[in-house]
Ligand binder design. Structure first.
Ligand code: ZN
Length: 55
C-alpha cells in the first residue's frame, strides 16, 4: 500500500499507477490528485520488486 502524503488515502500498488518523469518515480493520488514522489517515504526506501512495464 502507498499512502498519499497530502490526504492520507491508502492506495493499493498497481504497476499502472506508477509514473516516471525526469525527476523520478511518482504516483498521482486518486483521492486528491497530489503528486507523491516515491523517495525515502518515512525513512524507508521503496524498491520495486520487478521492472515496471511502460506501455
Ligand atoms: Zn491524496
Amino acid at each position: 500500500m502507498w499512502k498519499c502524503r497530502a490526504c492520507g488515502l491508502e492506495i493499493a500498488f498497481r504497476a499502472e499507477t506508477l509514473k516516471i518523469d525526469e525527476v523520478g518515480p511518482f504516483f498521482i493520488c486518486m483521492g486528491c490528485g497530489h503528486r507523491n514522489a516515491l523517495v525515502n517515504v518515512g525513512g524507508e526506501r521503496i524498491a520495486l520488486a520487478r521492472p515496471v512495464e511502460l506501455r
